[in-house]
Design a protein around this ligand. Sequence first.
Ligand SMILES: Cc1cc2nc3c(=O)[nH]c(=O)nc-3n(C[C@H](O)[C@H](O)[C@H](O)COP(=O)(O)O)c2cc1C
Length: 333
Amino acid sequence: MKYYFAPLEGITGFVFRRLHHKYFGGPDKYYMPFVSAMEKGKIKKREKRDILPENNENIPAVPQILTNSSLDFLDTAEMITELGYPEISINLGCPALSVVKRGKGSGFLSNPDKLDRFLDEVFNGMEKRGITLISENWEGEELKSPDKPSVRLSVKTRIGRRDSEVVPKLIEIYNRYPMSELTVHPRVGKDFYRGTPDLEAFRAFYEESRHPLVYNGDIYAEDDLQKIKEMFPKVQNIMIGRGLLQDPALIRRFNGFEGADKDELKAFTAELYQQYRVEMETPGAGGINAVNRMKELWGFLSVNFSEKERCIRKILRAKNPVEYESAVREIWQ
Ligand SMILES: Cc1cc2nc3c(=O)[nH]c(=O)nc-3n(C[C@H](O)[C@H](O)[C@H](O)COP(=O)(O)O)c2cc1C
């Protein structure tokens, strides 16, 4: 079984990835939060910093691109391939309204014909630019021998924008392109993270997709994993997001090793905060960026501190580093 860390925009940036890898390890790949492709391969400064190889040294990190323009995708993918990454993920799942209403992310799923054209232009366009695409079948055999430069294109998808009626069409479209893996988060965009994953929709992919499938959605504990393994025994790859924020050692545990202990969590969160103080500081911010970033994480870690509810509330309400640091000191007492 392979386990991947899901991309979590606003949380799993390079500082987080490096420290998670250092303290807990476990994921076979770390998917990076998406970069928005703009004209001529340009991306925002902050996003560029996140994908720079020197910020991801020795981490199996996979950049992800969000766009509905094949030209912008190709320019950005070419730039990323030149940086030396072996895989690029295509985001077809983002549910944010600002993204969806521009026909991107899960918004793209409500226009399957346009999506089909986009994928056609993307997959053929890479080859036309002299970049060999590597893909594999379910048994892991490479369908093309690697040439230089080469890259894998994988897709991360939801099962629709408003409803899952589009699933058969999506499967048919995805089956036409040599993607290296297909990650399915079986929710529709409209549901954001509400409700439970639609496992029957996932089953349709399981039965009909020709690509190696990655299951993603609501894996928080061993029981959740067992259920997916039993229902879909051929699935060899699992992607986990929020479960790893609640328990950063979840994959390590799934691999048969120790769970996270208190000292480890304490050291991890302390170093994370210190590095955010340096990396995220802007003129006049006085540390609040780092505090806010840590509060996001504590929102998930809080499940481990049910007997310290009052301290957690203090952390989540902290308005500056002094309040944050004092609340954190209390939680470890
Ligand atoms: C705060 C947050 C940010 C996310 N950012 C991204 C992203 O940049 N790209 C992406 O493909 N999915 C993104 N997702 C979706 C997750 O990668 C994942 O598909 C989803 O959380 C379901 O998996 P989980 O139940 O294991 O968390 C995000 C989810 C959350 C909660």
